[in-house]
Design a protein around this ligand. Structure first.
Ligand code: MG
Ligand code: ZN
Length: 216
């Protein structure tokens, strides 16, 4: 029975990859850049997206977001209140977005009217790694409040992402976390090839560097 299970899983992942490639081509055709954000519940994905979208708007980019969550529309409402148009994408029982859900969300808007889409994945550091959505950049967001062992515990998500961000730097001291430990773990995992970006969405420390890294 174990072999059957593995086979099914392989088909699911292969089908997801096929749709993700199709999403990537659609977005390229329409001239819309897509950036995906993964991370735990409470890492600050929504706040970071809102901050980056404000800056992008300031540069004349027309942006919208896809707010992925199991249930509810809290993130979509927060985004809209900030002036960022957003499509709500509930997964129901799934703990990750997949490429076909993202496709439906992309089809819900007129892509000709946009230059950029921020895709917020469900709060989860495990399975989103296996489900690419078709974005140009996959970003993983962790925060100092999650402790200093996040990189050591979640290799896959860091290896499957292009950019890693350590958020909530403003409270690192208060929660007794040394950001250097996290950055060192990340450096070891990635062979020193990639830097971890450190920021605080509250103080805006580090936001400019992230905008540059994302070519915004
Ligand atoms: Mg959120
Ligand atoms: Zn999942």
């Amino acid at each position: 029975m174990h072999i059957v299970h593995v086979g099914m899983e392989y088909d699911v992942l292969r089908e997801n990859n096929r749709i993700a490639n199709s999403n990537y081509r659609l977005l390229k055709e329409k001239g819309v850049r897509a950036i995906e954000f993964m991370g735990s519940i409470g890492s600050g994905k929504t706040s970071l997206i809102i901050k980056l979208a404000e800056r992008a708007r300031g540069k004349g980019l027309r942006a919208f977001a896809i707010a992925g969550d199991v249930t509810g529309d809290d993130d979509q409402r927060r985004m809209r209140e900030s002036g960022l148009e957003a499509v709500n994408c509930n997964t129901g029982r799934e703990c990750h977005l997949d490429a076909s859900l993202v496709r439906k969300s992309l089809e819900a808007v007129d892509l000709d009217g946009y230059d950029l889409v921020f895709i917020e994945n469900v709060g989860n550091l495990v399975c989103p790694a296996d489900f690419p959505l078709g974005a140009e950049y996959r970003v993983v967001v962790i925060s100092t409040t999650e402790g200093d062992d996040m990189v050591r515990k979640h290799h896959d998500i860091f290896l499957h992402s292009d950019i890693a961000i350590l958020n909530k730097m403003d409270v690192a001291g208060a929660v007794g976390v040394d950001p250097g430990v996290i950055a060192d773990d990340y450096g070891r995992l990635t062979g020193g090839l990639k830097a971890m970006y450190m920021c605080s969405t509250r103080t805006e420390e580090g936001i400019d560097e992230i905008l540059s890294a994302l070519e915004l």
